[in-house]
Write a protein of this length. Structure first.
Lengths: 102, 170
């Protein structure tokens, strides 16, 4: 039985995080930018769970627990902000939101 | 060999679905692919002996956060999205930054050394069950952060109501 090395999980986590960075930097739609942030958080979660398993320590899982709670709060606030923005601007494209007021 | 095959399937699926999530034109499709991605990540957590976190991943992320996303996507009228350009004009810069970040992390991993192992071995967790062991750590060592997180969630609930309420002017 050949076990999976820890580095494979860390590489996978880096791949997911990089794809999230790419989506956040290049997409115009604000909802998909938010999905990219969730993608980055999940990439970090994968590495924390893998560390927890390979270091035989539950603190990694505790951190993931907190990250998921904060991500839920962030999604609720962020989507409320998107709703308020859409009511003012009638668009979900970030490059059309170029004013601070009005 | 079997664990590696298992990991290979999950890693390939997670990478492919992540790319699909950030490149789909229709936001509804992105959210649905994200749902599939979260199920795959939960499967990977089960593989790493984190049953409680896998359940939380499905219940909180797939069940609550993504349904919230889907509601907002359907509330906003995004018909124009299907016609306009998906990416910003300078998207190669985004590809370059993401690739450079990945190369940096991969180079740093080469000199990575694992620290000393803790007391929560697989046998210990299997005997005490994952949820019970996690709860004992959470409610003793991390009691204050736990309370702070409950405060963060309260602020999020109040903030979301205030922000999304109609006719509220600063």
């Amino acid at each position: 039985m050949m076990a999976v090395p820890l580095n494979w999980y860390l590489i996978l986590s880096a791949v997911v995080f990089s794809i999230g960075i790419f989506g956040f930097l290049t997409r115009k739609n604000i909802i998909i930018m938010f999905l990219s942030i969730e993608l980055m958080l999940n990439g970090v979660n994968i590495s924390l769970i893998a560390f927890s398993h390979y270091l035989q320590d539950l603190r990694g899982q505790v951190f993931v627990f907190f990250i998921i709670a904060v991500a839920a709060a962030e999604a609720a606030i962020g989507l409320a902000i998107i709703m308020a923005l859409f009511r003012n601007k009638s668009t979900a494209h970030v490059d059309e939101m170029s004013e601070m007021k009005g | 060999m079997l664990p590696r095959l298992f990991f290979g399937y999950f890693a390939a699926a997670i990478t492919l679905i992540s790319i699909l999530v950030v490149t789909r034109r229709n936001p509804v499709h992105s959210v649905i692919w994200m749902l599939l991605l979260f199920f795959h990540i939960a499967g990977m957590y089960l593989f790493l002996d984190a049953e409680f976190i896998a359940a939380i991943q499905v219940i909180v992320y797939a069940g609550a956060v993504l349904v919230l996303f889907l509601f907002v996507v359907l509330l906003l009228n995004l018909r124009e999205e299907l016609r306009t350009e998906r990416f910003i004009g300078s998207w190669p810069a985004g590809v370059f930054i993401a690739a450079a970040l990945f190369a940096g992390i991969a180079a740093a991993l080469r000199s990575f050394v694992l620290g000393p192992a803790g007391i929560y071995t697989i046998d210990f967790i299997r005997k005490a069950t994952d949820t019970k062991a996690l709860g004992q750590v959470l409610f003793t060592e991390y009691l204050l952060p736990f309370e702070v997180v409950s405060l963060v969630l309260l602020v999020a609930v109040i903030g979301a109501i205030v922000l999304a309420k109609k006719g509220v002017r600063g």
